[in-house]
Write a protein that binds this ligand. Structure first.
Ligand SMILES: Cc1cc2nc3c(=O)[nH]c(=O)nc-3n(C[C@H](O)[C@H](O)[C@H](O)COP(=O)(O)OP(=O)(O)OC[C@H]3O[C@@H](n4cnc5c(N)ncnc54)[C@H](O)[C@@H]3O)c2cc1C
Length: 267
């Protein structure tokens, strides 16, 4: 394929995973990210079916010299998981989760969200500590470090990362852990997404027999996230609107009551 251009029919025939291009009905939804103020139009969004296809997307970006954005849960505050005119490698169709209950470990593909992972391992009374929001992707969260409610008891998410499968910029699929490619393993634990595309992680599981509290906060956050999603702006903007609403409504009522409905003689 020529540099700087991409043939969508060729890409569609080269991948078994989903290929979404401008004009497709799901294009606008697929290019939107958590921060609604980020509005970029990639040339194509590819949702690989497996690690081999991830490597082929990386090769395609190298061949065409188009910018590559990697997306797990799409919660990057800077909008790093979508690109203008480039290729989005969207991992959201790679969501396999293999749990070894006896061994207290799990292999998780990076298209999973923290909430999906937590709900599934939670059915076994087990947990890996992520953050406070279920819709965040385990890809970006883990590579960034991961701080959540369990950090004091069990450490950060990366303290519970045992291994990762990573596709490097030259298209190689590597297993990184304490013994294999330890430098890469060191780098991905907090270094962000620039060391390769992580296709799956192996986490340590901890026992968590019960959860006390926090449900109200979580539902309030979910409510805000739902408002934000439907209005197309960020969770913080939704938070601001909700708080403003409850602050200003009483003020307006008093003002109407005092000033408009029963005007005083101010002379
Ligand atoms: C509402 C909200 C709540 C949050 N709460 C917490 C919290 O409690 N604790 C906490 O630690 N963080 C929290 N964060 C921050 C969050 O962890 C980061 O923004 C994280 O990068 C988002 O990951 P993602 O996969 O959803 O985002 P994405 O936008 O998909 O990815 C973020 C970055 O990681 C890269 N990336 C993603 N997946 C991969 C991959 N598989 N391989 C290589 N690179 C990849 C992307 O290219 C991008 O640069 C929160 C963010 C939001 C918006």
């Amino acid at each position: 394929m020529a540099q700087g251009t991409i043939s969508i029919p060729d890409v569609r025939s080269a991948f078994t995973g989903r290929v979404i291009a401008p004009g497709d009905p799901e294009y606008d939804r697929a290019r939107s990210v958590h921060d609604g103020s980020v509005d970029r139009r990639p040339a194509v969004i590819i949702r690989p079916a497996d690690a081999a296809e991830v490597a082929r997307v990386v090769a395609l970006a190298r061949e065409t010299r188009l910018e590559l954005a990697v997306r797990s849960g799409g919660h990057s505050g800077a909008g790093h998981s979508v690109t203008e005119g480039g290729i989005v490698l969207d991992l959201s169709d790679m969501r396999a989760l293999d749990i070894d209950v006896e061994g207290r470990t799990a292999w998780a593909e990076t298209g999973l969200t923290a909430g999906e992972y937590t709900n599934t391992v939670g059915a076994h009374g087990l947990v890996t500590g992520f953050g406070d929001t279920g819709s965040v992707g385990i890809g970006g969260l883990t590579l960034g470090g991961g701080i959540g409610f369990l950090v004091r008891k069990h450490g950060m998410t990366i303290d519970n990362l045992l291994a990762a499968d990573v596709v490097t910029a030259d298209g190689e699929l590597l297993r990184a852990d304490e013994d294999n490619h330890p430098d890469l393993f060191w780098a991905i634990r907090g270094g962000g997404g620039n060391f390769g595309v992580a296709t799956r992680f192996r986490f340590r599981l901890r026992e968590l027999p019960s959860i006390v509290g926090l449900s109200r906060m979580s539902s309030f956050q979910s409510f805000l996230a739902a408002c934000a999603g439907s209005c197309g702006f960020s969770c913080w903007a939704a938070c601001f609107c909700v708080v403003s609403f409850f602050l200003y409504v009483p003020v307006v009522i008093v003002w109407l009551w005092d000033g408009l409905l029963w005007p005083r003689d101010r002379s």
